[in-house]
Design a binder for this molecule. Structure first.
Ligand code: HEC
Length: 143
């Protein structure tokens, strides 16, 4: 019976370790962006084959993207200083437009999907034009 105790402790330890690993696996901004690209491809595919469910799924993916991790958000804020609200504004704009796409898709309103899709892609590209290079440089220096 005394042999059981260490085993139990080991399983607790493994459980604790897996929790730590899960926390460490918080996605980087680059990984969040790669997911956004996948979501955008899904919206585009849906549009091209008139599959509104697929459009809605991709749009929901954009709307629910993982948050920027606290350490990376701090690094970005430190690098952009007074420009941080403009950075956030682009994120909010893309978020609002992804919701508009999801709603238009559930109404099967192709024209409204397309109008908001164009605006959303404009938002992605506008943030990249304004900030991508600088932010990527700052984040690539992180430990
Ligand atoms: C608020 C600003 C902002 C918005 C909005 C934004 N991005 Fe980005 N994106 C970035 C930054 C900053 C990087 C560079 C990240 C890095 O390299 O660490 C990036 C990088 C990327 C990359 C390159 C990833 C790689 O593997 O190097 C892709 C793809 C991408 N974004 C897709 C998108 C899509 C699709 C959208 C719109 C649905 C979008 N982004 C909206 C800021 C933004």
């Amino acid at each position: 019976m005394t042999r059981r105790k260490p085993l139990h402790s080991i399983s607790l330890l493994i459980f604790a370790m897996s929790t730590i690993v899960a926390t460490a696996a918080e996605p980087s901004l680059k990984e969040i962006m790669q997911d956004l690209r996948d979501n955008l491809v899904e919206i585009t595919d849906g549009l091209l084959v008139d599959d509104f469910e697929r459009v809605a799924r991709g749009a929901a993916g954009v709307a629910q993207h993982a948050p920027i991790s606290a350490p990376q958000a701090k690094q970005i804020a430190a690098a952009l200083g007074p420009e941080m609200p403009a950075f956030k504004q682009f994120d909010e704009q893309v978020h609002a437009l992804s919701l508009a796409i999801a709603s238009a898709a559930s109404d099967q309103d192709r024209d409204a999907v397309i109008v908001n899709y164009r605006r959303m892609v404009d938002g992605c590209v506008a943030c990249h034009a304004a900030f991508k290079e600088r932010v990527a440089a700052v984040l690539s220096k992180s430990p």
